[in-house]
Design a protein. Structure first.
Length: 273
């Protein structure tokens, strides 16, 4: 195997926090957890998304929240705020893929800087029970993360597909196979997440984008969009959270928005097999 491929992958390495989600969680105000009732300020308005047929709206599901002060002990999370709570919502009812501008309402990300003023919000009465998720523990562990094949070959077009997978297998040896994570590179199932976000946020739909126009955004996208949170399938007891055919939910954010804590500008997408 050519060591240059390993060196190139190493040069692109990003730190990430792999997440294990499973056991029921005991309530802790502002604590890190999947599901349950979100901790929010008194003036919080529960987010709603557009119905698939574009007539009317319905409430989004609360996905997870993270205690930023707890995450700050990890070097991998140094780009995140050192205090407050980061919360994620998604339209589990309609499950938009985030592939066109008309799906922006399908997800929200909030950062509440002062954890002390937060309290659990009741679910909207119109939110069906199947879209209210149980409160589960989230355990984090630091790992290294590497780009997808598509992104790697875009940056290093002279490398081969086989060389990439051989180098990746060597670098990942002994690493956890968990797929839910904070930060790092997204585990891409289909097309480049960064390029897709750049296209949609420029008002284009991935349903009918010509390859020529897609190529125009590649260079700027890879340096601009970063993974914020990736959620794989979650199972605990009789509960199961899954999107499509073993799909994953991704929240990405432009680098300048992440560094400025403008989490409201994050973009959510779904990919599946």
């Amino acid at each position: 195997m050519d060591d240059s491929c390993i060196e190139k992958l190493e040069s692109l390495k990003r730190d990430s926090l792999m997440l294990e989600i499973g056991d029921p969680a005991v309530y802790e105000k502002g604590g890190t957890r999947f599901g349950g009732n979100p901790d929010v300020p008194e003036d919080f308005e529960w987010p709603f998304g557009k119905n698939r047929n574009k007539s009317g709206t319905h409430p989004l599901s609360f996905i997870a929240q993270f205690d930023c002060s707890d995450l700050s002990r990890y070097e991998s999370a140094e780009v995140l705020p050192k205090k407050g709570v980061l919360s994620f919502f998604y339209d589990k009812q309609d499950q938009p893929w985030g592939i066109s501008p008309d799906e922006f309402s399908g997800a929200r990300v909030y950062w509440f800087p002062d954890k002390s003023i937060l309290n659990p919000a009741p679910f909207p009465s119109c939110l069906d029970d199947c879209f209210r998720f149980p409160s589960l523990k989230i355990k984090a562990e630091e790992h290294s993360s590497y780009p997808s094949l598509e992104d790697f070959l875009t940056l290093f077009p002279g490398e081969s597909e086989n060389g990439y997978f051989e180098a990746l297998a060597k670098l990942r040896k002994g690493c956890s196979s968990l797929s839910s994570k904070l930060l790092g590179w997204p585990d891409v199932i289909q097309d480049s997440m960064a390029v897709s976000c750049e296209l949609v946020r420029n008002g284009l739909s991935l349903r009918d984008i010509p390859d020529k126009k897609r190529k125009k955004f590649i260079d700027s996208a890879l340096g601009s969009w970063l993974l914020l949170f990736q959620l794989d399938m979650v199972e605990s007891g009789d509960f199961s959270f899954m999107l499509g055919d073993c799909g994953m939910l991704y929240y990405l954010i432009r680098k300048e928005d992440l560094l400025s804590f403008r989490f409201e500008n994050a973009h959510a997408m779904v990919q599946c097999y």
